[in-house]
Design a binder for this molecule. Structure first.
Ligand code: NAD
Length: 321
């Protein structure tokens, strides 16, 4: 069994690694080769914490395991991140524990990879302006992964807490792109692709603001009750997701589906687009929306990739139970 520390993960895991692993596992999910097990998430009644497991098995990539972790709101005062997670990987042939992998940096990379995969497969190739709604921890990763695709020249951003935009501006300029601040309506009028990554519970983008041809990546809504965009916008868009069952219950589509504006059957797994089994964008004017809810298999795929890399590079520690 190997241990790959959080520090090692953040040193060796690249955006490219995350992108390849996530694209491959979305494809495996759509082929029926990989499936997520039911998610457990509980308020534990201690330290105000939410704790749970995401788990699954990828027969194609041979990743079996779970990500354990959650949210401890008091951690920041102790100088450690509020989100905490660890991935355990098991040998699918024997069930023996094969790796323990730090899951914090990994989660940020796999979440960013997810929106980058959707941009690659769904955005108009001539997209040049990236809109960012949100400027928290995760926004920096989303911007870096999107920039890696190579098309974006500028970022236009909004955040409810404007002081957080200063750091995002530094990240964007460090990537060689122009940075501008705008209110959400103006942002929508400028951007070709919009990533939402907030903890909001009400719509920040309205249907009538979105230009034809826009691609939206709704990444913040990963729990019942959260919301980032107008349900009428979700209903008007062609909707894609990592996993339909999560999209309709804890993802951005939960509200449009709940109001009867959108049917589950109208939501396409992004893996089907990757595999060529279903169409992605079919016109320049279509509004496409990716509902990125975050699935356990993303964590396992990226953890497997980084565990293999750490072992190859002699950076993992070996331990025996
Ligand atoms: P963070 O705490 O660092 O930042 C939170 C962001 O949300 C900030 O931009 C903040 O200004 C904004 N915000 C908070 N309340 C808001 C409100 N009422 N209206 C508008 N904006 C508001 O968090 P983070 O790590 O950047 O994560 C952002 C969100 O993404 C979280 O809600 C997190 O749960 C979610 N997330 C989703 C996935 C996924 O796979 N889909 C993965 C990781 C994180």
């Amino acid at each position: 069994m190997i241990i790959v520390s959080e520090e090692c993960v953040s040193t060796i895991l690249t955006e490219e690694d995350g992108f390849s692993a996530v694209e491959a596992v979305f494809a495996a999910m759509a082929r029926g080769d990989a499936y997520n097990f039911p998610v457990i998430r509980e308020a534990i009644g201690h330290a105000d914490a939410l704790y749970g497991f995401k788990s699954g098995f990828d027969r194609a990539g041979l990743s079996l395991g779970l990500k354990s972790g959650g949210y401890w709101p008091g951690n920041a005062q102790r100088g450690i991140p509020n989100h905490q997670s660890t991935v355990l990987l098991f040998d699918p042939d024997t069930g023996r524990l094969s790796a323990i992998v730090g899951g914090n940096y990994l989660t940020a990379i796999r979440t960013a990879a997810s929106s980058a995969v959707s941009i690659k497969h769904l955005a108009r190739p001539e997209s040049r302006t990236l809109g960012m709604i949100g400027a928290g921890h995760q926004s920096h990763f989303q911007v870096r992964a999107a920039a890696r695709l190579g098309n974006f020249e500028s970022v236009v951003a909004w955040n409810r807490h404007p002081e957080m935009l200063d750091d995002l501006e530094k990240t964007v300029q460090g990537l060689g792109m122009d940075f501008e601040r705008a209110e959400p309506e103006q942002l929508a009028a400028r951007a070709d692709v919009i990533i939402t990554i907030t903890s909001c519970h009400e719509p920040l983008l309205m249907k009538e603001w979105i230009r034809p041809g826009t691609h939206l990546d709704c990444m913040g809504t990963d729990t019942r009750g959260k919301m980032e965009v107008d349900p009428d916008l979700v209903a008007a868009a062609t909707v894609f997701t990592d996993e339909v069952a999560q999209s309709t219950t804890i993802g951005e589509a939960q509200h449009a589906v709940g109001k009867g504006l959108l049917q589950d059957s109208a939501i396409t797994p992004i893996g089907d687009v990757i595999n060529g089994a279903q169409a992605g964008r079919i016109s320049q004017d279509q509004i496409t929306l990716f509902d990125g809810t975050g699935v356990g298999l993303q964590d396992l795929a990226v953890a497997s990739a980084v565990a293999a890399k750490a072992q190859e590079e002699g950076l993992s520690q070996t331990a025996h139970l």
